[in-house]
Structures are given as C-alpha cells and as structure tokens.
Design a protein around this ligand. Structure first.
Ligand code: ASP
Length: 366
C-alpha cells in the first residue's frame, strides 16, 4: 500500500505522476480492458467533471470558471440546468417520486477553499436543492437540514415552491402503484373497463409496459486554474422510495467529498451501498495516499463489492447486482471515473473541450 502522507502528496507530485503511470497489469483485470484516461495527464486545470447526464453542466461551469467565478457557484449553476429539466427523471423538476407520489430531493455541496459543506435531504417543492444546500453552507452554522426544516429554510430565504411532479412522472408512478399488488383496489390501465375481477388475482397486458426505475443523480466536481476545488451532488434519489428515505447524495463523505489540498469525489447509483463505505471520502483518501482518480474510484467499488453480503444484492457470480458509479478529480486536474459494471460514460470539460468519456469498470456487463 502506498502510504504517502498529505505533506508527501503535496511535495511529491512527481511521485504521484509516476504512480499514475504504473503498468496497467498491476491494476486488476477491469483496467486492462480500457485505456486509463488519467494515465498521461499532468496539470490540467481548469477542469469540471460530471456524471454522464452532466455534459451541459460541465460546459456551463467551466465557462463560468474561465471568467473568474467561484468553483461552487459555477457547478451549482451547471447542475441547475439538469435540475430544471423536466425530462431528466432523476434530478429536480420531473424527478421520479417516492412511494406516495411525492418528489423528495437530496443534495450536498462542498467548497474547497473554506472547507464549508451544506446539504438538504427529503426536500419537497423546491426544484434546485443544490442552491439550497449552498445556502445552508453559506448562511447557517449547520451542515444538513432535512424535510420540513429544509423547506422552511428555503422559503424564508426566498425560494419559490412549485409542484415538482410532472405529468410523465405522475403517470409512471400510477403505473408502478397499480402494478404493486394484484389484490388491492388499484387497477391497471387496461383493466379500467373490465366488468369484474377474479379472486385469483389479475394478469394484465399492462404488465408488459416498462416502468422507469431510477438510479440517477448528477454529481459535478471542479478545479479552478488556481487549484481551488468544489463539488456538488443532487438527486431525486431512488424512485418509489419510502417517504423520508435519504440516500448518499446529501451525506458528506458518502455522495460527495471535497478536500482542497487533495481532490474531489462523488457517487451515483445505489446510495445505501455508498453510505456504508463512506464512498466519496474513501476515494479522496485513496487519492491522498497516491492512487490515481481512476484507481481511487475502483478501490471504492471493490470495497463495496467485498462488503455486499446479502444474497438479494448479489448475482449468481456473487457480484453486487446493482450499479454504483464513482467520479474523482485531483487538485492538479487528473481525473477518472469507474462503475461497478457495464458501460457507463462521464462528462469532462477541460482545455481539450467538452466530451463524454468511458468509465472504467469493475465487472463486465453480464
Ligand atoms: N445515489 C442516489 C441515491 O441513492 C441515487 C442514484 O444516484 O441513482 O439516492
């Protein structure tokens, strides 16, 4: 294990650069299959990285950073584009609701230069939880506000309430609700006109219609030309969740962690798994110890895999049957992302332009 201290990290960037160029054969099977995006970079700032749904956000944020904006302001404005987009059913307006049909949003922010953090959880009726989280960091002495308290705070400082449940999300929730239990009094669409229902349960053509289920969130981390960092994660969380369920996104150290001396990391995917290994904090700690961002992301995923013990969460091969995607960027602009399985992309904006890149992965798609 590389045991570089933080002081060592800062004074030995050359050593880190060498470690990022280690032969891929030393890094486990998943990395051998894809080029490591972080292998050849040196100082690459400013940079903004994001989850695959965040290309508009990284583009917006890097533009603001180039004109001198604070990195946190830049990424909060960047993710606002996706929070405001009713067609993204994983974030903000249009996010899929909880089991009662109510949209509840989670978000956290961290500002590297001041090491301030702010977060809101289970926030209703306000479509930009990332901005509210930033206000928690800036205007209060607290880090996390939840539920009614978060909503009251947002109202008091001038946020406008609105209905976040779009018609598309409401219809998806109705389909999910109707399919939940064949023996309750909710009917599926093609049963509305049937004269009677059998006591032995119903089989409906509507069973064939897909019901969206998100895992989905936007994470965004940025580094300015001066090497200052910020991070944000914002989400509507797991669709059909229990009211009050809080995922990893608003938990500092789980869905987000930023250390101005080291780097910033975030997570999307099954929040319960990320919380249980303090995912983002662990990724930043691994970078502090000398891992490249991609290695740090893979480390967290391996940790999650090794700690996933419940049979209902494992596939036939004994691997987690859910996905998690980790994102990480180092203070010098070296970046990476990795997913638990399959093919995923993440967004990058830097001097080479705005683009989607392939994530490394721990397990191939089965
Ligand atoms: N991580 C989010 C949560 O667990 C959901 C997601 O990213 O899909 O709430």
């Amino acid at each position: 294990m590389n045991t570089l201290t933080r002081r060592g990290f800062l004074s030995a960037s050359a050593a880190v650069a060498v470690s990022s160029a280690l032969p891929v054969s030393a890094q486990g099977p998943s990395q051998r299959q894809r080029p490591k995006p972080d292998a050849k970079q040196s100082r690459n700032v400013p940079i903004v990285i994001s989850s695959g749904n965040g290309l508009r956000s990284t583009t917006k944020a890097i533009g603001m950073i180039r004109t001198g904006a604070d990195p946190l302001d830049a990424i909060v404005e960047g993710v606002r584009i996706v929070e405001d987009d009713p067609n993204d059913m994983t974030v903000g307006l249009g996010g899929l609701p909880n089991e009662e049909g109510v949209v509840e949003l989670d978000s956290s922010v961290m500002h590297g230069p001041t090491h301030r953090a702010g977060a809101v959880a289970a926030l209703r009726n306000i479509k930009n939880p990332a901005a509210v989280a930033r206000d928690v960091a800036r205007r209060t002495d607290h880090v996390l506000l939840v539920g009614d308290g978060a909503l009251k705070f947002a109202r008091r400082i001038g946020y406008t309430e609105e209905n976040l449940l779009t018609e598309e999300a409401r219809l998806a929730w109705l389909r999910w609700r109707a399919r939940l239990n064949r023996d309750d009094d909710w009917l599926q669409e093609d049963e509305f006109d049937l004269p009677a229902r059998s006591n032995t349960g119903r089989q409906s053509r509507a069973d064939q219609k897909p019901i969206p289920f998100t895992y989905g969130t936007i994470h965004c981390s940025a580094v300015t030309p001066a090497g200052d960092l910020a991070g944000v994660t914002t989400t509507s969380g797991l669709s059909w969740k229990l009211p009050g369920r809080v995922g990893d996104s608003p938990i500092i150290g789980a869905g987000l962690y930023t250390d101005n001396e080291v780097g910033s990391a975030g997570a999307t995917g099954r929040g319960e798994a990320v919380i249980q290994v303090c995912g983002a904090r662990t990724a930043v700690m691994r970078m502090e110890m000398g891992d490249t961002p991609t290695e740090a992301c893979l480390y967290v995923l391996k940790l999650i895999a090794s700690k996933t013990k419940l049979k209902r969460l494992l596939n036939a091969a004994g691997e987690p049957n859910f996905n998690v995607v980790m994102y990480a960027v180092r203070k010098d602009g070296v970046y990476g992302s990795a997913c638990m399985r399959g093919e995923r992309q993440f967004a990058v904006s830097d001097e080479r332009g705005d683009r989607l890149e392939e994530c490394a992965f721990l397990f191939p798609e089965r």
